[in-house]
Design a protein around this ligand. Structure first.
Ligand code: BG6
Length: 478
C-alpha cells in the first residue's frame, strides 16, 4: 500500500547508517511500489557535495549493500531521481533556508536524525526556528538515546521543547525485526499460550542475543558503552517487555507502550552476584578486546549475563535470564520459555538429561519456533520417554522474501504512516535507564573488572554458574 506523499530529510546522510540501512531500505520500499511518485528524499550533512554527488554516493551504497538481482539499473536510476542534497551546518546557519524552500506544504515532513545525539537539540531548534518543522512533522532519532538517565532526560527535554511526544520517533531497530513483532502475535493472537504464561507454569525465561563479531572498528564508542548500555538497556529490555507484558487492551501505540513501561517499572533491584560481566581475551592480538578498543586497562564489558525478577503477580518466582556478548561462538538470538515439570510423574523410567517443555522463539538467523515436547521413545523397550522438537521455520512456512525485510524498511514506513507502536516513548527510555543506572553504579563502585572469556566460546564460565546456582542450564548458542 503506497503511503501518503512525503518529504524525508536525512541528517547525517553521508554516514554509515544512511548508506548501509536507511537508503537501501528506502530503495526496497520503492521497488515494492510503496513510495509515492512525488516523494522527496533530501540528504543533508556537513560534506560539501551537491545533489549529483549525493546520488553517486547512494548509487554506490545500493551497489554495495543490495544483491545485483534486486537492483535493475533503470529502477535504481528512477529511485535516484527522488534524491537531492542540501549542505547544512547543524550548529550554524548554513543551508536551513534552502531546505525550507525545497519542502512542500502538503507533504508529510519527516526529519531523520542519523547523527550524534549531541546534535539532536541543535537540529530540533533550527528546524523549529526556521519554520521548517510544522505541527504535523515527524522527527526520528537513533540510538544511543542517552548514556544514563540524566542524559536521556536532557535529550527528551531538548526534543520536547520543539516537538510533541506524538511527533517523536525513537528508533530501537530490534522492534522493526519481523520475529520481534511476531512475539506480540504469538502471545496475543493465540489462545494456546496465554493460560500458561505465568509463574505457575513457567520455570524461567532465557533471552540470548549472541554475536560472533567483535567491536573492532567502533572501539571508541563501544568502550564508553559496553554490553549493558549498547544492548541490554535497549534491545534486550524490549524483548523482555514483549515477553513479560500484560495484554494491551488494543493494538495502539500507547496501549502497547503503557504495558511495556509497567514491566520495566516492575523490575526488582539486581544484586551484583546476579550479574556476570565478561571481556574477550586471547593470546592472539586480533582477538583481544583490549586491542580492539586500544585500551589495555578497559573495564568495559563485551559480554553480560543477568538474572532478573519481574516483581508482579504474573511473574513472582520466575527468573528471567538475559545474556548478550560479542565474539561468541555464533550469531544467534532466541528467547526460550522453559516450562515447569508436570506435577506428578506416572512413568517408572526416569529420563536421563530431561530438559522439559520449552517454547523457543528463534529471532535470528533462521527465524522460527520450536516446541520441545516429551514423547514415548519408539520401539518395544517399554514406556521409555524421550524429547523431540516440533520445529517450524518461518522461511519455509511463509517464504524467504517476507522474512528478509530489514527492520529499517518497516520502521521508516511506519514513521511516514504516523504509527508509533514500534518506537520507544520518552518515559519508556527513561524507565530503562532508571533501571540500568544503579546496576552500572554498583559495579563501578565495586571497581569490578570483567572476567575473561575466549573468543568463539559461549561466554565466561561464571555465566554458566549463574544458571547452575538455580539448578538450570543455558541453551547452547547457535
Ligand atoms: C546495535 C549495537 O544497536 O545492534 C551493536 O550498537 C550490535 O553493537 C547491533 O552489533 C546488533 O544488531 P543486529 O540487528 O545485528 O542484531
Amino acid at each position: 500500500i503506497p503511503v501518503e506523499p512525503f518529504d524525508l530529510v536525512i541528517f547525517g546522510a553521508t554516514g554509515d547508517l544512511a548508506r548501509r540501512k536507511i537508503l537501501p531500505g528506502l530503495f526496497h520500499r520503492f521497488r515494492a511500489g510503496q513510495m509515492p511518485p512525488d516523494a522527496k528524499i533530501i540528504g543533508s550533512a556537513r560534506s560539501d557535495i551537491d545533489s549529483a554527488g549525493f546520488r553517486e554516493l547512494i548509487a554506490a551504497a545500493i551497489g554495495e549493500f543490495i544483491p545485483e538481482e534486486l537492483r535493475p539499473a533503470e529502477l535504481v536510476s528512477e529511485f535516484l531521481n527522488h534524491l537531492s542534497y542540501v549542505h547544512i551546518d547543524a550548529m550554524g546557519e548554513t543551508g536551513w533556508s534552502e531546505l525550507r524552500g525545497i519542502l512542500r506544504p502538503e507533504a508529510v515532513r519527516t526529519f531523520y536524525l542519523s547523527v550524534s545525539p549531541s546534535l539532536f537539540g541543535a537540529i530540533a531548534e533550527r528546524l523549529s526556528h526556521n519554520d521548517i518543522a510544522t505541527l504535523e512533522s515527524r522527527i526520528v532519532v537513533e540510538k544511543p538515546f542517552g548514556h544514563d538517565l540524566t542524559s536521556a532526560q536532557a535529550l527528551n527535554k531538548d526534543l520536547l521543547r520543539h516537538f510533541d511526544e506524538q511527533q517523536i520517533y525513537r528508533i530501537d531497530h530490534y522492534l522493526g525485526k519481523e520475529t520481534v513483532q511476531n512475539l506480540m502475535a504469538l502471545r496475543f493472537a493465540n489462545s494456546l499460550f496465554e493460560p500458561l504464561w505465568n509463574s505457575t507454569h513457567i520455570d524461567h525465561v532465557q533471552i540470548t542475543v549472541a554475536e560472533s563479531i567483535g567491536v573492532a572498528g567502533r572501539g571508541g564508542y563501544y568502550d564508553q558503552s559496553g554490553a549493558m548500555r549498547d544492548m541490554v538497556q535497549n534491545h534486550l529490555m524490549q524483548l523482555l517487555c514483549l515477553i513479560a507484558m500484560e495484554p494491551p487492551s488494543k493494538f495502539t501505540s500507547n496501549s502497547v507502550r503503557d504495558e511495556k513501561v509497567k514491566v520495566i517499572e516492575a523490575l526488582e533491584p539486581v544484586a551484583l552476584d546476579d550479574i556476570v560481566r565478561g571481556q574477550y581475551r586471547s593470546g592472539r592480538d586480533n582477538q583481544s578486546y583490549f586491542d580492539d578498543v586500544e585500551n589495555a586497562n578497559s573495564r568495559t564489558e563485551s559480554y553480560i549475563a543477568l538474572k532478573l525478577a519481574v516483581g508482579n503477580w504474573r511473574w513472582a518466582g520466575t527468573p528471567f535470564y538475559l545474556r548478550t556478548g560479542k565474539q561468541l561462538r555464533d550469531r544467534a538470538s532466541e528467547i526460550a520459555v522453559v516450562f515447569k515439570d508436570p506435577p506428578h510423574n506416572i512413568f517408572p523410567n526416569k529420563m536421563e538429561g530431561r530438559k522439559g517443555n520449552a517454547l523457543i522463539i528463534r529471532l535470528q538467523p533462521d527465524e522460527g519456533i520450536t516446541l520441545r515436547t516429551t514423547i514415548k521413545e519408539p520401539g518395544p523397550g517399554g514406556m521409555r520417554l524421550t524429547e523431540v522438537d516440533m520445529d517450524m521455520s518461518f522461511a519455509d512456512a511463509l517464504g524467504d522474501s517476507l522474512m528478509s525485510q530489514d527492520a529499517y524498511e518497516r520502521l521508516i514506513m511506519d514513521v511516514i504512516r504516523g504509527d508509533q507502536t514500534l518506537f520507544m516513548r520518552g518515559d519508556e527510555v527513561e524507565a530503562a535507564w532508571a533501571w540500568a543506572d544503579p546496576l552500572i553504579a554498583a559495579w563501578e563502585d565495586a571497581n569490578q573488572r570483567p572476567v575473561p572469556y575466549d573468543p568463539g566460546s559461549s561466554g565466561p564460565e561464571e555465566a554458566l554458574m549463574l544458571m547452575h546456582r538455580g539448578g538450570r542450564r543455558w541453551r547452547p548458542i547457535g
